[in-house]
Design a protein around this ligand. Sequence first.
Ligand code: COA
Length: 363
Amino acid sequence: MLPRAVLSTGSLVLRAPAESDVEGMTATGADPVAARFLTSLPSPYTERDAREHLAVAARRWEEGGAEFTIAQNGAYAGGLRVSAPDPWGAVEIGYLVAPWARGKGVATAAVRAVTEWLFDQGVHRVELRVAAENVASLRVALKAGFREEGRRRDARETRDGRLTDDVLFGRLALDAGEEAPPYLPLLEGGELTDGVVRLVPIEPGDTEDFHRMMAQPSVAAYAMGPAATLEEIERRCRNTGYWWVTAQRAELAIRDAESGAFAGHVQLAHVVPVLGQAMVGYSLLEEFRGRGFMTRTVRLLVDWAFANTPLHRITAGTNERNRASHAVLERAGFTRECVHRELFPAADGTRADDVQWVRLRSR
Ligand SMILES: CC(C)(COP(=O)(O)OP(=O)(O)OC[C@H]1O[C@@H](n2cnc3c(N)ncnc32)[C@H](O)[C@@H]1OP(=O)(O)O)[C@@H](O)C(=O)NCCC(=O)NCCS
């Protein structure tokens, strides 16, 4: 059983929920972001739900868990719950920050403080489960010293009845709990642009354009493996934020800066932090070719990567026959490095050589 405690960290106090929280809880429960990611919240959320929650919170303490209101300067700023320990003594934390208190480190500080308090109470393992699309919460987990332990496929259902992935994080009492600086920081302002092309993280709304592009014969000719279905592409578009914040890869849509139309896709994949290496890959819709879009795109992304990440080598692998791609890389400052013989399998059973290119961080 956890002792009833009041915790304080910086400007925050974590204490048991009280009648005075009802107004803040009602406004927070009715927030669309909360409704989207906390599907167990009643929707629409009313004052009555907030009052009922006070009773649930009291019971949670009795059942061996904990429930806190996060107060900032005396005002309601969010809530945090701790499950009762599982048979092996691990507990799970869930949290919610009021819309007016977000983006100031409230969730990170509260999760960190409660986790460390739980370790002081003898808990050895704390877990978080975060929807793969909930980028703010994925960042909170990493900033609070948790380690990613895997993506659980189709582990939860969205409000509209779609099965979706979540990400399991764990922090052990033995872990140092330090926050590693993000290897791939998110784009400042959410985009990269040179006024002609605009690069923005891929999102589910790009699914149909992406699928159409992958089916164009000149794109399909250089794609690996069987063609992805619309569903597989949608899943890929939903996981962009997860891959990005866990430094697995950055996936961006290329948009025509003038019209906003989807023009193609570019990614930094195969990120190997220990080597400081990643690989750029790209495809452009046929109707946007011949305007220098991909050269601009590769330059923008690679310049951003060298300015904002520790990457030292960015490579590109190209089919030996793909002259247009070779020209893009030459114009974007890459040099030919080597040939991987018979690397690329083709549908007809033949194999093609891969010409590898590289651009190094300039010293
Ligand atoms: C997730 C949530 C708790 C974060 O609370 P918060 O107090 O704003 O969190 P913090 O300020 O500690 O950190 C938020 C991080 O996410 C980033 N972020 C916020 N919104 C973002 C977005 N839409 N896309 C990408 N990153 C985002 C912030 O920049 C910050 O990261 P940084 O320090 O690297 O810049 C809050 O958004 C919330 O209550 N959401 C609804 C409920 C919910 O999702 N709960 C968690 C369920 S697992």
